[in-house]
Design a protein around this ligand. Structure first.
Ligand code: G3H
Ligand code: 13P
Ligand code: ZN
Length: 309
C-alpha cells in the first residue's frame, strides 16, 4: 500500500460515521508508537507534520521515517502538512511527497483566505494532492499558531458554501469551541454542535476537520504533576464529544497534545524511578509504548476507525 491521499479515507469515514486520527509527528519514536498501534487494530492513518516539526526534524528525515512505517505496517497512511501558512511552504511539501496539505488562512479576511487557499488548491490538485482549508479561528498556543481567546471566533456557517465553491478545497477545518494545547476549557467543556450541524446541512457529504481535539488525558497530566511538573487546570475535549463529532460530518480529528503529555509524563516517571540511567533507549522505549497504547485506545474508543484500513 503506497502513501495515499485522504480522499478515499474521508469518503468511507463520512459514510461509516467514524473519523480518522491525524496525529502530529516529530521523531522516530512518535511515528513508531502511532503506526504500531494502528497496525494492531488495522486502522487508516494520517500523520501530520507542522512547520515546527519540519524545522526540528527535517522534511526528508520525517518523510523517510513515514515511508519506513508504511513499509513495516502496510497500512494506508496519508502524509499531511499541518497549519501551512504560505503558498511556498505548501508547495515545498507537495513537491517533497506529502499527499495532503493544510493552508491555514483563517487569520485572513474572508476574500484573502479564499484567494490564498485557491492558489494552493490549484497547485496541489495538479499534482494529485488534496487540500484542507480553515474558516473560523481556534484559540490556543502552539509553535507556529498563537491565538488569544479574544481573537478566537466560531465558524460562520453562512460562509462555508461560498468558501468551498470558490476555493475547491477537499476538506474544511471549523472552529466550534476546541482549542490548541492543554488548557482548552476554563469551566465546563462545551462545543457548538449546532454550528457543526448547520455546516453539515450546507455541505452534505463534505468532510469536516476538528483541530484542537486532544482530550488532555488526566492519567498523563497527573503523572506530570506527580513527578515534578506543574499543570494545574489542564483540560481537554471529553471523549463522548469527539465520538459525537465523528458520527457527524467530522472525518479528521487532530491530536498532538495528548501525544506530548503521554511522552513527557512517561519520561518524567522514568527518571524519577531511575535517576542514574542515561541510555536514551531506556526512557524513549517506554515513551514510545505509552504513545502506542494511547493511540490504540483513541482509535478503538473514540475515532471508531479500527478495522477500516
Ligand atoms: O496545531 C499545531 C500542532 O499541535 C503542531 O504544533 O507547531 O508546536 O509543532 P507545533
Ligand atoms: P491538540 O493541541 O488538541 O492536540 O490539537 C492539535 C492540532 O489541532 C494540530 O493541528
Ligand atoms: Zn491545529
Amino acid at each position: 500500500m503506497p502513501i495515499v491521499t485522504t480522499k478515499e479515507m474521508f469518503k468511507k469515514a463520512y459514510e461509516g460515521g467514524y473519523a480518522i486520527g491525524a496525529f502530529n509527528v516529530n521523531n522516530m519514536e512518535i511515528i513508531q508508537g502511532i503506526t504500531e498501534a494502528a497496525k494492531e487494530v488495522n486502522a487508516p492513518l494520517i500523520l501530520q507534520v507542522s512547520a515546527g516539526a519540519r524545522k526540528y526534524a527535517n522534511h526528508t528525515y520525517l518523510m523517510k521515517l513515514i515511508e519506513a512505517a508504511e513499509i513495516e505496517t502496510g497500512l494506508p497512511i496519508a502524509v499531511h502538512l499541518d497549519h501551512g501558512d504560505s503558498f511556498e511552504l505548501c508547495k515545498s511539501c507537495i513537491d517533497g511527497g506529502f499527499t495532503s496539505v493544510m493552508i491555514d488562512g483563517s487569520h485572513l479576511p474572508f476574500e484573502e483566505n479564499i484567494k490564498l487557499t485557491k492558489q494552493v488548491v490549484d497547485y496541489a490538485h495538479e499534482k494529485g494532492v488534496v487540500v484542507e482549508g480553515e474558516l473560523g479561528r481556534l484559540a490556543g498556543i502552539e509553535d507556529a499558531v498563537n491565538v488569544s481567546e479574544k481573537d478566537a471566533a466560531f465558524t460562520d456557517p453562512d460562509q462555508v458554501e461560498e468558501f468551498v465553491a470558490k476555493t475547491g478545497v477537499d476538506s474544511l477545518a471549523i472552529a466550534i469551541g476546541t482549542s490548541h494545547g492543554a488548557y482548552k476549557f476554563k469551566g465546563e467543556a462545551k462545543l457548538r454542535f449546532d454550528i457543526l450541524e448547520e455546516v453539515q446541512k450546507r455541505l452534505p457529504g463534505f468532510p469536516i476537520v476538528l483541530h484542537g481535539a486532544s482530550s488532555v488525558i488526566p492519567e498523563f497530566v497527573e503523572m506530570i504533576n506527580k513527578y515534578g511538573g506543574d499543570m494545574p487546570g489542564a483540560k481537554g475535549v471529553p471523549e463522548d464529544m469527539l465520538r459525537k463529532a465523528a458520527s457527524m460530518a467530522v472525518c479528521k480529528i487532530n491530536i498532538d497534545s495528548d501525544l506530548r503529555l503521554a511522552m513527557t509524563g512517561t519520561i518524567r516517571k522514568y527518571f524519577a524511578e531511575n535517576p542514574s540511567h542515561f541510555d536514551p533507549r531506556q526512557y524513549l522505549g517506554p515513551a514510545r509504548l505509552a504513545i502506542k497504547e494511547l493511540v490504540k485506545k483513541k482509535i478503538v474508543n473514540v475515532l471508531g476507525c479500527d478495522g477500516k484500513a
